[in-house]
Ligand binder design. Structure first.
Ligand SMILES: [Zn+2]
Length: 153
């Protein structure tokens, strides 16, 4: 069923105009053509639909927001990784410090001992991390005996 042909036939009939099938065909093709060009002629097609403009703007904002979230996620991942690395480093330092030292048994100090020069020591600092720690705190206390030249004792 031809929509426009039906419409025009009924319009002529309603107006009491008697027309031939050929005349209906001519009028129908005019109305069809006019209908097809309506959007172009009225400028409806070329004027941007404000809703489309709004949708476009919202899409742009969404894209920006997604990029921002992606950047934040990236920074977040990097920071988490950095924190993890620092924790690992801290843990391994603790482990190294807490490791059982067979030489000083984690006291940092080895009682007795003889230096390569043959000097007898009542005690010495271990070369393990705990020994270094003890050595540092001993140095900080600036114990007079610490600065003594063992050769002059
Ligand atoms: Zn030690």
């Amino acid at each position: 069923m031809d929509y426009w042909k039906e419409c025009i036939s009924e319009a002529f009939e309603d107006a009491g105009i008697t027309v031939t099938e050929e005349q209906i065909g001519i009028v129908t093709s005019w109305v069809e053509g006019a209908h097809e060009n309506y959007g172009l002629a009225s400028g409806y097609d070329t004027i941007p639909n404000p809703e489309n403009t709004e949708i476009k703007e919202l899409k742009r904002l969404l894209k920006e927001e997604r990029e921002r979230i992606r950047d934040l996620t990236y920074s977040n991942d990097r920071l988490r990784w950095k924190i993890w690395e620092l924790k690992e480093k801290e843990n391994s330092e603790h482990e190294a410090r807490d490791a059982d030292c067979p030489k000083c048994h984690n006291t940092g100090i080895i009682p007795g001992g003889v230096t390569p020069d043959g000097i007898e020591m009542d005690r010495e600092f271990c070369d393990c991390p705990k020994g270094e720690e003890e050595y540092e705190s001993y140095s900080e206390m600036a114990h007079p005996a610490f600065n003594e030249d063992p050769n002059n004792v």
